[in-house]
Design a protein around this ligand. Structure first.
Ligand code: HEC
Length: 196
């Protein structure tokens, strides 16, 4: 037979566990869901162009995010090295976000316009040409493979359902914008858009 005190203690324990476990849900997740509209208003972020969006997919499929974060923490040393700290309103059109947690290479959140397109081409072809000690892999195939643009309009339509404000006109023109561009063209156009 379980005594009454024991049953009562177990009850209190279970209620306490639920209270602690739901703390972050109540204080962070749920308010954040209602804040979305405010973040959109406060944000100066622009949706990616069709070519930048195609480049972002290449960034993900090539695994760039396994070595590079895109999230500058609000710490003086980070801001001095990587520029403006990342805030929620910067990332309202990021599906999925690429904040990451592994920094084998530098953070890229504010990379846009730090280098010329030509620098990126040389660096992607063989990083050691511009940074002799670099351990980043070379990506020569990005200069051979070309996009056919067949799925880009559907991707933009899906993002529109999630709240990215693409117009019908942008979606109609998307295919022609990316068709026949090399993977490197698209990736570099994405890299140049980062942090802007
Ligand atoms: C194995 C880890 C690794 C992977 C994967 C990787 N990088 Fe890097 N990356 C580095 C390292 C280390 C550096 C610093 C040395 C250098 O500049 O090459 C770097 C530097 C860079 C820089 C210069 C940043 C700056 O501020 O100077 C860019 C841009 C970059 N990487 C883009 C990419 C892209 C795009 C991809 C995917 C196609 C990629 N990286 C994949 C490790 C990696």
């Amino acid at each position: 037979m379980l005594n009454k005190d024991f049953t009562q203690s177990v009850g209190i324990l279970i209620i306490s566990i639920i209270a602690v476990a739901s703390f972050s849900l109540l204080t962070w997740v749920i308010p954040d869901m209602f804040m979305k509209g405010e973040q959109v208003k406060a944000s100066t972020a622009k949706p990616y162009s069709a070519l930048e969006l195609a480049g972002r997919d290449i960034y993900i499929s090539e695994g760039c995010h396994t070595c590079h974060t895109q999230m500058v923490r609000p710490l003086p040393a980070e801001v001095a090295r990587y520029g403006k700290a990342t805030s929620g309103s910067d990332d309202i059109y990021e599906y999925p976000n690429l904040w990451g947690s592994e920094r084998t290479g530098p953070d890229l959140a504010n990379l846009g316009r730090k280098y010329s397109d030509r620098w990126h081409e040389i660096h992607l072809m063989d990083p050691r040409t511009v940074v002799p000690t670099s351990i980043m892999p070379s990506y020569p195939w990005l200069f051979e493979k070309r996009l056919n643009g067949e799925d880009i309009a559907d991707k933009m339509k899906t993002l529109r359902v999630l709240g990215v404000p693409y117009t019908d006109d942008e979606i109609d023109r998307a295919r022609l914008q990316v068709k026949n561009k090399t993977y490197a063209d698209a990736l570099i156009s994405y890299l140049q858009s980062l942090g802007k």
